[in-house]
Design a protein around this ligand. Structure first.
Ligand SMILES: O=C(O)CCC(=O)C(=O)O
Length: 261
């Protein structure tokens, strides 16, 4: 990760990567997302759906989850990283997720530190599967709140003045530490479509499903690959699973489209 990106991520708590999804993969996934949206029956207004465990349920999302441009950054932010949660998210007009997180009070699940290096315990990636304009449930964040030494004040006017909305172009990825205060609200006449993935340290157990959530996918991956490493089970004590020594960008199989569905 370039020093300018490390500076921005540490300072603000997030980073936007444009064209994080290969355009062929983006085209291929579009009708799949349409199908899931129909199945979730998200009407035009006041409705949302969160389809948890999407990558374990539908392997066609694995290649986005394993986007090399994103993973190359994840390995700079988390020690012994592994895939934790994945979900497909639809938010129509009027739907929202409340603001949550702040560095204080301390929560080890998503705590962020810096000590000659970034140590983030939970990093979330929001892949835009459509353009996400201002007002259209673009993530609203308080930049820097992942390092706040005081709890959030109750002054809502002050909090809104500190918030920044992060619009995204289709195919972009927003990488953020979950320790930063964030939330979203869709005030526009459209449905926001996103794939969320999150990464934690190898010792943090899954939020969705059991620890063997990704076992079927893990079995299929090439021995010694990053792809296999990131899909391993969590381990509560010392995580001794060998981390690949080659760089993520050199892993040619990282982003091949799954063909067996
Ligand atoms: O759906 C959203 O806009 C935000 C998701 C979120 O809050 C989270 O990942 O913790």
């Amino acid at each position: 990760m370039h020093s300018s990106e490390l500076y921005q991520f540490d300072l603000n708590g997030y980073l936007v990567i444009e064209d994080a999804i290969d355009s062929t993969i983006l085209d291929e996934i579009e009708p799949v997302v349409d199908q899931w949206q129909q199945r979730a029956e998200v009407p035009i207004n006041e409705s949302q759906a969160k389809i948890e465990g999407i990558v374990a349920n539908d392997e066609r999302f694995l290649n986005i989850t394993m986007s090399p441009k994103v993973l190359a950054r994840i390995t700079n932010l988390i020690q012994f990283p592994r895939l934790k949660s994945t979900w497909l998210d639809f938010k129509s007009k009027g739907s929202s997720i409340g603001f949550h997180s702040n560095h204080t009070p301390y929560d080890p699940v998503d705590a962020y530190y810096w000590q000659n290096n970034i140590y983030a315990n939970l990093v979330t990636v929001c892949y835009a599967l459509c353009d996400i304009p201002i007002g259209g449930a673009a993530l609203e964040v308080i930049p820097g709140s992942h390092k706040a030494n005081y709890p959030l004040p109750e002054d809502t006017k002050l909090l809104s003045s500190l918030r920044k909305e992060l619009p995204l172009k289709k195919g972009s990825a927003l990488i953020f530490t979950h320790d930063m205060n964030h939330g979203s609200y869709n005030s526009l006449n459209y449905t926001r479509r996103c794939l969320f993935t999150s990464f934690s340290t190898g010792s943090s157990s899954n939020t969705q499903g059991e620890n063997n959530l990704y076992y079927d996918l893990f079995k299929k991956q090439e021995e010694g690959s990053w792809r296999k490493y990131l899909l391993r089970e969590p381990k509560g004590d010392r995580d001794t699973y060998p981390q690949p020594t080659h760089s993520i960008e050199d892993e040619t199989t990282l982003c091949e489209m799954a063909t067996d569905r």
